[in-house]
Design a protein around this ligand. Structure first.
Ligand SMILES: [Mg+2]
Length: 182
């Protein structure tokens, strides 16, 4: 990571994230009566736990509404879930206000064209290897992990590592696992 990017990541206080293509590989299983299933990675649950322990708020911003996303967010204990807004800058700005953050204190992870306006606002826009080139070009960091395979966990660890906090937060997580409090 170059020095300029390290300086930006050190300022990060929150991580906001698209859902389809980031927490999933973009696949949606559709059954009768619009019943939907999505496949999520358990790794992102670990990432959410690390972020919680580090005091980094997480939020999901999805253009499509999906009950599968609501269920997964509950499991990950992510309470900020904003769905059904094709203009993602609106929930993004509302979240900044709610958490009293500046845009440059936020990582935004996205993979689609509709993420571009938010990626322009966020201090640290991040994308994934399988995103279209135009979206990857707008990102300051492309994860090694593909969408649906633990992107959020990689980004949480990447932020904590740049901030010199990864080892201490991991140690706290292990303590809590032993105490079964996580
Ligand atoms: Mg997406």
């Amino acid at each position: 990571m170059d020095d300029a990017l390290v300086r930006k990541v050190k300022k990060v206080k929150a991580i906001f994230c698209d859902v389809d293509g980031i927490l999933t590989d973009g696949t949606i299983y559709v059954g009768p009566d619009h019943y939907e299933l999505k496949r999520f990675s358990v790794n992102d649950g670990v990432g959410a736990a690390l972020a919680r322990l580090a005091g980094i708020p997480l939020a999901l911003i999805s253009g499509r509404h999906s009950e599968a996303t609501v269920s997964r967010a509950e499991q990950m204990r992510i309470t900020e879930v904003h769905q059904g807004s094709l203009n993602k800058t609106e929930p993004f700005r509302a979240l900044l206000k709610k958490f009293e953050l500046e845009a440059d204190e936020v990582v935004y992870i996205g993979d689609g064209w509709i993420d571009l306006p938010v990626m322009e606002l966020a201090g640290v826009p991040v994308s994934v290897p399988d995103a279209p080139d135009v979206v990857k070009d707008a990102a300051l960091y492309i994860t090694r992990t593909k969408g649906g395979a633990g992107v959020l966990r990689e980004v949480v660890e990447w932020v904590l590592d740049a901030q010199g906090r990864l080892d201490s937060i991991m140690a706290v997580m292990w303590q809590q696992i032993y105490k079964a409090e996580l």
